[in-house]
Design a protein around this ligand. Structure first.
Ligand code: CU
Length: 148
């Protein structure tokens, strides 16, 4: 696993067009927390990857986490519609166009990656990331913006 990550990083570094780091890792825990509150996406990236890593041990049904990105103004709607959509839809309204990027819902020990199309982000705009598992967004949320 470590080796694979190292190879992936080397691949990124050796690509001359991707001078900025176009990925980040967010850890989610059994204590219902993300380990980061702010993400700045370099505007030189075409795509930006967010790797969500569930560092806990609890199953997806008890402590499932996802990483969902929307405009800050859409956060409440995405979360409440996600709750209505239920566990069978991973707490995301199917085809929700307010969702800019997302991972799947994962349990302890699992990892999934969300890819943001950076050309869709606007400078000066406020974006929010959060977990749509019912009740989690109270603690599991942060802000994302387009940087330099
Ligand atoms: Cu969660």
């Amino acid at each position: 696993m470590r080796k694979l990550i190292a190879i992936a990083l080397l691949g990124l570094l050796s690509t001359p067009l991707m001078a900025a780091e176009c990925s980040t890792t967010v850890e989610a825990s059994d204590a219902m927390q993300f380990n980061t509150k702010t993400i700045t996406v370099p505007k030189t990236c075409k795509a930006f990857k967010v790797v969500l890593k569930h560092t806990g041990k609890l199953p997806v049904t008890a402590m499932g986490h996802n990483w969902v990105l929307s405009h800050s103004s859409d956060e409440a709607g995405v979360i409440s519609d996600g709750m209505k959509a239920g566990a069978t839809n991973s707490y995301e309204k199917p085809g929700d166009t307010r969702i800019i990027a997302h991972t799947k819902l994962i349990g302890g020990g699992e990892t999934d990656t969300a890819t943001i199309n950076v050309t869709k982000l606007k400078a000066g705009e406020q974006y929010a990331f959060f977990c749509t598992f019912p009740g989690h967004a109270a603690l599991m949320k942060g802000s994302l913006s387009l940087g330099q």
